[in-house]
Design a protein around this ligand. Structure first.
Ligand SMILES: Cc1cc2nc3c(=O)[nH]c(=O)nc-3n(C[C@H](O)[C@H](O)[C@H](O)COP(=O)(O)O)c2cc1C
Length: 199
């Protein structure tokens, strides 16, 4: 006999895991995969989940403004997110639009959260992904041997970007020995339409 399971409660459990994983570095959703279109075809890479807003759902991560994913988003805002948590046996797949934030309240809050040592990723010697004549860590000389200070951090503004992901579609899969569960959802003006899907 089939169990009676509430579709909305199941999806809420995925979102609550997603939200928890922002602060919990050991959570499987803390590192997500972000997909874009490029002139070479699809591109995918890992990024750290930095913020999740519910109602409406928005997903955020940080990146370098000169990285190729930025020009790919500028070319085509249609993007995707994948996340899998081995411990909770949940997979989330989203399609949606990405916006590049370089100002505004959310951008400023994320900048305020950025630790001076993490700001080193943005104080780069070369544009990210540019070819190098020989090995270089891409950390500017000044910060090879010392962490940036709060004052140094202020100079990352021109390189620091926050990506805001606005989902249009979701596919959520929960692996269970007694029977997997899968749902799909469409984010519409009127709200989220969820439906069961064969796992
Ligand atoms: C565990 C892990 C976390 C990462 N987190 C980020 C991140 O939060 N933001 C980011 O831009 N790149 C992050 N990266 C590096 C990207 O995966 C990627 O190599 C880099 O951003 C260049 O991507 P692009 O050339 O497609 O723009 C991370 C890589 C790993 C392995």
């Amino acid at each position: 006999m089939n169990e009676q399971i509430d579709l909305n409660s199941l999806y809420e459990s995925f979102l609550s895991d997603l939200q928890r994983s922002v602060e919990d570095r050991s959570h499987g959703f803390h590192i997500i995969q972000f997909g874009t279109w490029s002139h070479k075809g699809p591109q995918i890479r890992s990024v750290v989940l930095r913020r999740v807003e519910l109602n409406p759902l928005r997903i955020y991560f940080h990146t370098h403004l000169e990285s190729p994913k930025i020009s790919e988003i500028r070319e085509n805002e249609m993007t995707a997110i994948h996340a899998y948590c081995g411990q909770c046996r949940k997979q989330l797949r989203f399609q949606g639009r990405s916006r590049i934030l370089t100002s505004g309240p959310i951008y400023q809050e994320q900048m305020d959260h950025l630790s001076p040592s993490a700001s080193r990723c943005y104080l780069t010697a070369f544009p990210p992904s540019s070819a190098l004549p020989s090995y270089h860590s891409n950390i500017i000389d000044q910060f090879q041997d010392r962490a940036p200070t709060m004052d140094d951090k202020l100079s990352v503004y021109p390189q620091f970007a926050v990506i805001e992901f606005i989902p249009s579609d979701v596919d959520a899969l929960f692996l269970r020995a007694q029977g997997h569960m899968r749902l799909q959802g469409i984010y519409q003006e009127t709200g989220l339409q969820l439906t069961w899907v064969a796992p």
